[in-house]
Design a protein around this ligand. Structure first.
Ligand code: BES
Ligand code: MN
Ligand code: ZN
Length: 491
């Protein structure tokens, strides 16, 4: 089920739609575009506003039944007094679309009179978010209990022509988000490294991208002892996947996006507690973000070179699993003492980050659900950003803002390196309790020699609670950040 988005111009009063949504800021008076409709309804909307029965507070929804002609129902959706209008519009549109999706109207119209391109794009992105749901694993309800999903959304704009571009961009991004969320929400027994690799191959076929897949054998040839020690406890074949999108100048150095793809993280021999372990199916959200971003970038047809890469495996305890105290050698030649087998993401990324040197990247951004410590530091609303080039970090943080996926820089001072020094090997894979998100980033830093940013999305890539706009599960973060960064490099 997908949402078909379009824009058209016309009057709200005569819109033939089962549901018209009007997004309003806190205390906003009756919008001019609603005056005619309001009059035909005997002034009920104006009275509602005058009596302050609807105040435009964030996520507030007020329902008005329509008249004989025009919209069958009208909802007023509050956006509050948010300073960031773009984020507010995105959220308001998501709330509106979710309301429509749940009420079974099938199609809806959103009043977009007076909006500029970026406002139209943001609302269109939000609407797709709101109508999205992961139902693949549920038996469909019986015919009589079935409610029509929201499949059609029309933006009522001033000028159809100028709305086309933003709607097209929003649809491309929405498809990328949807793919990332779907992959994220799939359970670990379905979303395997093989499935992720097949998804990448399918993307390659649809968008003429070269896709390279390395399995255990090929990784052994590359001497990826760090990645492979994580995969040695599972019978599933690990996969290192690269998708090459080359629509830029031939000799332009590519942007490389890298994702952590742990299809399930039990912790391995350093096993995690049982409680809430099921959420570790989301430990592949970095990889899902890369795949989703590549989908969006390809649909947008951006004239630039981008390579999407992820490392996928499953972290399992078993007779063959890596143990604390073991020492492995990464493909870069560095030796690593395994202190905790649950710090597996950095081990996978060590070899992947070394491997992507072959692309001579202009910049590499990796995304990983890397540490619980990052969730402690920044919570569920902010992604942790680290890097070896402060200008590049600032560029990524700015992109995250434009995408309404805020990231915040944490320091990577040289002093943190001391914390991962090993007595018996070159480095160890954990640095103790202090600064856990930073020592993880410092570990990755040992394997890069190009401009690089690391995004720790452990707190932001999925949600354990319904967010009002996003149901429990994958949020799609950092698809928007990746895409905005790449778009920023185009223009
Ligand atoms: N995948 C986890 C990090 C994580 C935790 C993601 C919570 C999402 C929510 C990662 O592999 C991990 O287990 N990290 C350890 C590192 C520790 C052993 C140094 C952690 O954060 O506890
Ligand atoms: Mn782990
Ligand atoms: Zn993990």
């Amino acid at each position: 089920m997908t949402l078909t988005l379009s824009a058209r111009s016309g009057r709200a009063a005569t819109a033939n739609t089962p549901l018209l949504a009007c997004l309003m800021s806190a205390g906003q008076p009756l919008p001019a575009a609603l005056k005619e409709l309001d009059k035909s309804l005997g002034g009920v909307i104006k009275r509602t506003l005058d009596r302050r029965e609807f105040r435009g507070g964030r996520d507030e929804v007020f329902h008005v039944t329509g008249g004989k002609r025009g919209p069958r129902r009208i909802i007023l959706v509050g956006m509050g007094a948010a300073a960031n209008r773009v984020t507010a519009l995105r959220r308001g549109a998501a709330i509106a679309a979710r309301y429509a999706h749940r009420s079974g109207v099938g199609s809806m119209t959103v009043l977009a009179a007076g909006w500029n391109s970026s406002e139209i794009e943001q609302a269109a992105i939000g609407a797709q978010h709101g109508a999205w749901e992961y139902t693949a694993m549920k038996t469909p309800p019986s015919e009589s209990d079935m409610r029509a999903p929201l499949t059609e959304l029309t933006l009522l704009v001033d000028d159809t022509k100028s709305a086309e571009g933003p709607v097209r961009a929003a649809v491309a991004l929405g498809e990328g988000y949807a793919l990332a969320r779907t992959l994220a929400n799939m359970p670990g027994n379905i979303c395997t490294p093989d499935l992720l690799a097949d998804t990448a191959r399918d993307l390659g076929r649809r968008h003429q991208m070269k896709v390279t897949v390395l399995g255990r054998k090929e990784m052994e040839k590359e001497r990826m002892g760090s990645f492979l020690c994580v995969a040695q406890g599972t019978p599933e074949d690990p996969k290192l996947v690269a998708m090459e999108y080359r629509k830029g100048p031939k000799n332009q150095a590519p942007i490389v996006l890298v994702g952590k793809g742990l299809c399930f993280d039990t912790g391995g021999i350093s096993i995690k507690p049982a409680e809430r372990m099921e959420f570790m199916k989301f430990d592949m959200c970095g990889a899902a973000g890369v795949v989703g971003a590549m989908e969006a970038i390809a649909r947008m047809g951006l004239p630039i070179n981008v390579v999407g890469v992820f490392g996928a495996t499953t972290n399992m305890p078993s007779g063959t699993a890596v143990k604390p105290g073991d020492i492995v050698r990464a493909s870069s030649g560095k030796t690593i003492e395994i202190i905790n087998t649950d710090a597996e993401g950095r081990l996978v990324l060590a070899d992947v980050l070394h491997w992507v040197k072959r692309f001579s990247p202009a910049a590499v951004i990796d995304a990983a659900t890397l540490t619980g410590a990052c969730v402690v530091a920044l919570g569920h609303t902010t992604t942790g950003a680290f890097g070896n080039d402060d200008t590049l970090v600032a560029e990524v943080v700015a992109a995250s803002r434009r995408a309404s996926e805020p990231a915040w820089q944490l320091p990577l001072f040289d002093e943190y390196k001391e914390l991962i020094r090993s007595v018996v090997a070159d480095i160890k894979n954990t640095g103790g309790r202090a600064a856990g998100a930073i020592t993880a980033a410092a570990f990755l830093n040992e394997f890069v020699d190009y401009p690089w940013v690391h995004l720790d999305v452990a707190g932001t890539a999925y949600t354990e609670a319904d967010l009002g706009t996003i149901p429990v599960g994958g949020t799609g973060v950092p698809v928007g950040t990746f895409v905005e960064f790449v778009r920023g490099r185009v223009s």
